[in-house]
Write a protein that binds this ligand. Sequence first.
Ligand code: HEC
Length: 152
Amino acid sequence: MLRLKSCLTVFLGCTLAASPLLAAPADSVRMRIAEFRELGASFKTVNDAMRSPSPQTMLIQIAARQIVNSSKQIYLWFPAGSGPESGAKTKAKPEIWKQAAKFKLAQDAFGKQALAFQRAAGSGNVAMIQAESRKLGATCKGCHDTFRTPDN
Ligand code: HEC
């Protein structure tokens, strides 16, 4: 019994700490934007590296791993209530929740392409890395065009 109880405590503790669903909506928005900034920085690392005549594939591989991690986490970044109705400053459009199936397709497309990009990065073939990173950028843009409020 004692053992069961301590297991449960540990389990609940972990779940509470890890679950953005239980965070206040404004915190979810803040966390999401911080995550996207990191994702943006990783993608910038790739684009900057690709500008070199002999790109540092090691740097690109590290960035690729971070991008894949983000693509797995992105499903947790949009808990219900973290849209504009939260009152927090956010560019997440209400369509994210109204067209949840379509939004999931955009997340899936990103995840799939992040893996393809990581494979290309692993190959070290610069032409392939270039091609897959363009396709990756298209999945960012595809989602932003539909689900993110444009900058004025
Ligand atoms: C499935 C949808 C989706 C995908 C895929 C996606 N984004 Fe976004 N992104 C968003 C949304 C929605 C926001 C607005 C978040 C907010 O304001 O709460 C955003 C915001 C951002 C921001 C702005 C953060 C800030 O400072 O306000 C950056 C940078 C960004 N994304 C980069 C990227 C990059 C780079 C990729 C691809 C490698 C990507 N995103 C893929 C939906 C997506």
